[in-house]
Design a protein around this ligand. Structure first.
Ligand SMILES: [Zn+2]
Length: 230
């Protein structure tokens, strides 16, 4: 094992895959952690080792978002109010969680959301008025490549999060238009469009795809800076 690989392995946070036996296996060291036992103890052991060796990771989920308008739209999803909040309680749906400004290499940065439909890669179209025509996103009347950019980011996120996993999570892209939106979703189906206030409603229409606990596992992995090498 080369030193950089060893460093990444130590700095990483384990996830726990459901096994066929009597426990869950640790993604890093392969140890079998029993259902009944304290899996957090095992996680803490890995983290203590990383801290001891000085190769810890930054929690991206605790960063302050750089884009206020996008953050406000995302907050409407993560902290639903009014009727939306009531309906979430009534359906016992998994709450959404978000990570701002995740670095996606050549695809720039995007905000990631994690909920029972899967992962959503959100990028703002800025202050301009957004119109979706013929699958193309126009901002203030100008044709943009936003849909293509988001599609590239979706591919990057999917490839990163499926590493070492048995299943591929469903990943959607969404162009958020805080300045207002005209028209429908751009093609293909995995790229959506929503205005700032409408993001929560748009995501509520996505089909449920993840089983209990899966969204949390993906979130835990994505919030670690080591998951997204820059
Ligand atoms: Zn382990």
């Amino acid at each position: 094992m080369d030193p950089e690989q060893a460093r990444r392995l130590i700095a990483d946070e384990p996830t726990y895959e459901w096994g066929f036996g009597e426990g869950r296996s640790c993604s890093l060291c392969g140890a079998n952690v029993p259902y009944e036992g304290d899996r957090d103890q095992h996680t803490r052991w890995h983290r203590a080792l990383a801290e001891l060796l000085g190769v810890g990771w930054e929690d991206l989920g605790r960063r302050t978002p750089s884009d206020g308008a996008l953050a406000a739209a995302v907050d409407g999803v993560v902290n639903p109010r009014g009727l939306r909040r009531l309906s979430r309680i009534a359906t016992a749906g998994t709450p959404w969680r978000a990570i701002p400004d995740v670095p996606l290499g050549e695809h720039g940065a995007a905000t990631l959301l994690f909920g029972s439909p899967g992962v959503v890669v959100a990028r703002s179209a800025g202050d301009g008025r957004v119109e979706v025509r013929g699958g193309v996103v126009h901002v203030d009347g100008h044709r943009t490549t936003l849909a293509e950019q988001v599609r590239g980011a979706v591919g990057h996120v999917r490839a990163t999060l499926e590493q070492g996993r048995r299943t591929t999570p469903r990943v959607y892209g969404v162009v958020v238009a805080p300045g207002g939106l005209v028209g429908g979703d751009p093609d293909p189906a995995e790229v959506l469009a929503a205005d700032g206030d409408g993001l929560a409603d748009r995501l509520a229409k996505l089909p449920e795809a993840l089983v209990f606990g899966e969204a949390d596992t993906l979130y835990d992995r994505a919030r670690r800076s080591t998951t997204w090498p820059t």
